[in-house]
Design a protein around this ligand. Structure first.
Ligand code: NAD
Length: 303
């Protein structure tokens, strides 16, 4: 049994800590949001009044925070992890963040003789609840191996990615491909419908043909075809358009800094931005289909 510090107990961090507790670990949690902390206490997390209290004597500290700015604050800020944790505490950031922030925290951790890995996840809230996330872990190999042991109760797949920041690189590139696939699925689905194809028949063909993708099989944007799809529930979010926009924007900024043209990715980002501008950013990202079928007009879905 280990003592685990956990900073960030939101949609992902909350259920992830529940799996750590089920595995027998003691989890000390900190979150700025009182409701998030209270929910975590409800499944057995011990509340910590500060980051310093959470990491005091911890074997490992996880962070699961919204963006790079939050991660920089929590690691590098006054009273943050690097100024309060013991050098022996293994540091694991599972947030999805920009490469520059991941690099800054890696460098500061190395300067302070800490072991730190970037370990973002794929699998969403359902994977967090089920303990079936995919972790992609970048950093020094011994630290990656040590982190993998702690990560096991939360994961179906644990994949070392190489040097510092390559975990974030894998996550960003995977999600770039996911959202391009989602946009292409929306276009194919609506066009097939308008050409007179039964939507189920078209899905049956595409899912065993070269148009197949995870987005098609899991998030099909026309209702009544795939049970897990948000299209069946008026686009109540499984993954919000705002989060999709954040992830694809991370890929675009990484692409700019490496001189890589992402013509399709940039176009898909603009589609998510249109949903956000129409006040639909909190809806599921598969609502991108409303820009193809024309049901999103002047800020509201008309069908
Ligand atoms: P969330 O907003 O639900 O949770 C983040 C939590 O961090 C919040 O409770 C917030 O109060 C807390 N927080 C922010 N700043 C803090 C600080 N300085 N100190 C302590 N707590 C602080 O977000 P989430 O959906 O749990 O996502 C977390 C990360 O996981 C993000 O980087 C996201 O991109 C990534 N991710 C999310 C999903 C998903 O489906 N939600 C899937 C894969 C990866």
């Amino acid at each position: 049994m280990a003592v685990v510090a956990w900073i960030g107990l939101g949609h992902m961090g909350g259920p992830m800590t529940a799996n750590m507790i089920k595995a027998g670990h003691e989890v000390r949690g900190f979150d700025l949001d009182a409701a998030a902390l209270a929910a975590a206490v409800g499944h057995g997390v011990t509340p910590a009044p500060s980051i310093a209290d959470a990491v005091d004597g911890a074997d490992v500290a996880f962070t699961m925070l919204p963006k790079g700015d939050h991660v920089r604050t929590v690691y590098l800020g006054d009273g943050g992890i690097l100024s309060s944790a013991a050098k022996e505490t293994l540091l694991v950031d599972s947030s999805t963040i920009d490469i520059d922030s991941a690099r800054a925290v890696h460098d500061a951790a190395a300067d302070g003789a800490f072991r730190f890995v970037d370990a973002p996840v794929s699998g969403g809230m359902s994977g967090a609840q089920a303990g079936t996330l995919t972790f992609m872990i970048g950093g020094e190999s011994v630290a990656v191996a040590d982190a993998s042991k702690y990560i096991e109760p939360m994961a179906a797949n644990i994949i070392p990615t190489g040097a510092a920041t390559t975990g974030q690189a894998a996550k960003i590139c995977n999600n770039l491909m996911l959202f391009i696939n989602l946009a292409s699925t929306a276009e194919g689905a609506v066009l097939a419908d308008r050409l007179g194809l039964d939507k189920q028949v078209f899905w049956n063909i595409a899912s065993v043909s070269s148009g197949d993708s995870w987005a098609l099989r899991t998030w099909y944007p026309l209702a009544g075809v795939v049970p897990t799809a948000a299209s069946n529930k008026d686009f109540a979010p499984t993954f919000t358009a705002e989060l999709a926009n954040k992830d694809i924007s991370l890929a675009i900024s990484a692409a700019r800094s490496t001189g890589t043209p992402l013509e399709i990715g940039e176009r898909v980002q603009q589609l998510f931005q249109r949903l956000i501008d129409a006040d639909q950013g909190r809806k599921d990202c598969s609502m991108i289909v409303s820009l193809v079928d024309g049901s999103l007009t002047s800020g509201k879905v008309t069908k």
